[in-house]
Design a protein around this ligand. Structure first.
Ligand code: 2PG
Ligand code: MG
Length: 432
């Protein structure tokens, strides 16, 4: 079977927010094809790959005709004749062709769609499932899922400041069981919202719309939902938060709009450490803003032995930044988002840098998603250990959870599930 790239095509498709996005299709000589779609973030790190948009009036400025034209023009010409089984070579060609530090010229949305489509095409030509192609001969493992129950921040009109209130089914012994447990918690949370007259639909990633009077009220309700679903908070099901603090914090000042308070870095750390004492929190992402590395270091020093501290905006899926954070002990885990890097090879490098540093590694979707399930295979094939996709609702999210179920089923008795062992010891048990 030939791995030589014959044709690359781009087209405009639509994402879960009804916005245009880039789909790429790669055809190899002899027929195998691969297809992938770029996702899109709403709360973005300053240093991530540029999501190239047309601007202007159409579709709120979100159109992607230039990015799609780059796929059909320059990128298609540059990739024709390269080998899809040389992912690093293809991605190096994309990086060289773009020529900018953040893929601003071709668009990170164009490059990631093409890069992932090449990965799919190579797996197809090899006759392997995508996760197995990603693993090559290394062991694979189903990730521990991190699933949103309430959505806030930039994904819910800033109704509450905190962006993601999630759960991790740390007591589960398989991926399928982790979903079973999460489904019960999601249902229980919905029932509690309805009973208290707070059912008001869902946010961008399918979590319940957060009609709360304070950020902490959501934490209390989450614990009640875990209990109502029949689980022991912390032992069976733990809480995971994405504070997304870069959205409301800058220059060491954090403006909590809902509570009409402005906190400095120390007060912000005190607030979060207090939550870690009172609630079964296993993981916190972006607790401080991307411009507050000293705050991150202080927070990680305070809770990092018990709580996973994830860098998202701060690390932007950059291997160099991960190595820097490991040196500075700014965080102890890295979020891995392919479109933050702009190519599969750079995404893998960030994941491997995290693993080499002993970090937790969490492959993640974006708030703007589609039916594309590539990240499930990356998380499993690269043995990332964790996967964050949004809520337990809406098909752009469920498509990923269901794909992981298929992978687990296809592995049968050989399936290995990353349970709570991927988290720091005692994660989810409240801090003393
Ligand atoms: C994040 C993601 C997913 P966005 O901050 O981790 O929740 O959001 O895609 O909007 O950056
Ligand atoms: Mg985040």
């Amino acid at each position: 079977m030939s791995f030589v790239i014959d044709q690359v095509r781009g087209r405009r498709v639509w994402d879960s927010r009804g916005r245009p996005t880039v789909e790429a299709e790669v055809q190899l000589r002899g027929g195998p094809t691969g297809r992938a779609i770029a996702p899109a973030g709403a709360s973005r790190g300053r240093h991530e790959a540029i999501d190239l948009r047309d601007g202007g009036e159409a579709f709120g400025g979100f159109d992607v005709t230039h990015a799609v034209a780059h796929v059909n023009g320059e990128i298609a010409r540059a990739l024709a004749g390269l080998r899809a089984d040389d992912q690093a070579g293809v991605d190096a060609a994309l990086i060289a062709l773009d020529g900018t530090a953040q893929k601003a010229r071709l668009g990170g949305n164009a490059t990631i769609a093409v890069s992932m489509a090449v990965l799919h095409a190579a797996a197809a030509a090899a006759g392997m499932p995508l996760y197995a192609w990603c693993a090559q001969d290394a062991p694979v493992r189903l990730p521990l899922p991190e699933i949103q129950i309430f959505g806030g921040g930039a994904h819910a009109g800033r109704r509450v400041d905190i962006q993601d209130f999630m759960v991790m089914a740390v007591g589960a012994t398989s991926f399928a069981q982790a979903l079973d447990h999460t489904a019960e918690v999601y249902r229980a949370a919905g029932a509690l919202m309805a009973e208290s007259g707070k059912a008001a639909g869902v946010a961008d990633e399918g979590g319940f719309w957060p009609v709360f009077d304070s950020n902490e009220e959501a934490l209390g309700l989450l614990v009640r939902a875990i209990e109502r679903a029949g689980f022991v908070p912390g032992d069976d099901v733990a809480i995971s938060l994405d504070i997304a603090a870069s959205e409301f914090g800058r220059d060491g000042r954090y403006t909590l709009g809902l509570e009409q308070r402005v906190l400095d870095t120390d007060a912000m750390i005190d607030l979060l450490v207090g939550w870690c004492r009172r609630y079964p929190i296993a993981s916190i992402e972006d607790p401080l803003a991307e411009d507050d590395p000293v705050g991150l270091q202080r927070f990680t020093a305070a809770v990092g032995h018990r709580v996973q501290v994830i860098g998202d905006d701060y690390l932007v899926t950059s291997a160099d930044r991960v190595r820097g954070a490991a040196r500075d002990r700014a965080v102890n885990a890295v979020l891995v988002k392919p479109n933050q890097a702009g190519t599969v090879t750079e995404t893998l490098a960030a994941c491997r840098a995290g693993q080499a540093a002993g970090f937790g590694t969490i492959v993640s979707a974006r708030s703007g998603e589609t039916e594309d399930t590539t990240i499930v295979h990356l998380a499993t094939g690269w043995d990332a250990g964790q996967l964050k996709v949004g809520a337990f609702a809406r098909s752009e999210r469920m498509a990923k959870w269901n794909e992981a179920l298929r992978v687990e089923a296809s592995l049968g008795a050989r399936a290995v599930f990353a349970g709570r062992g991927v988290l720091p010891p005692d994660a989810g048990r409240p801090l003393p």
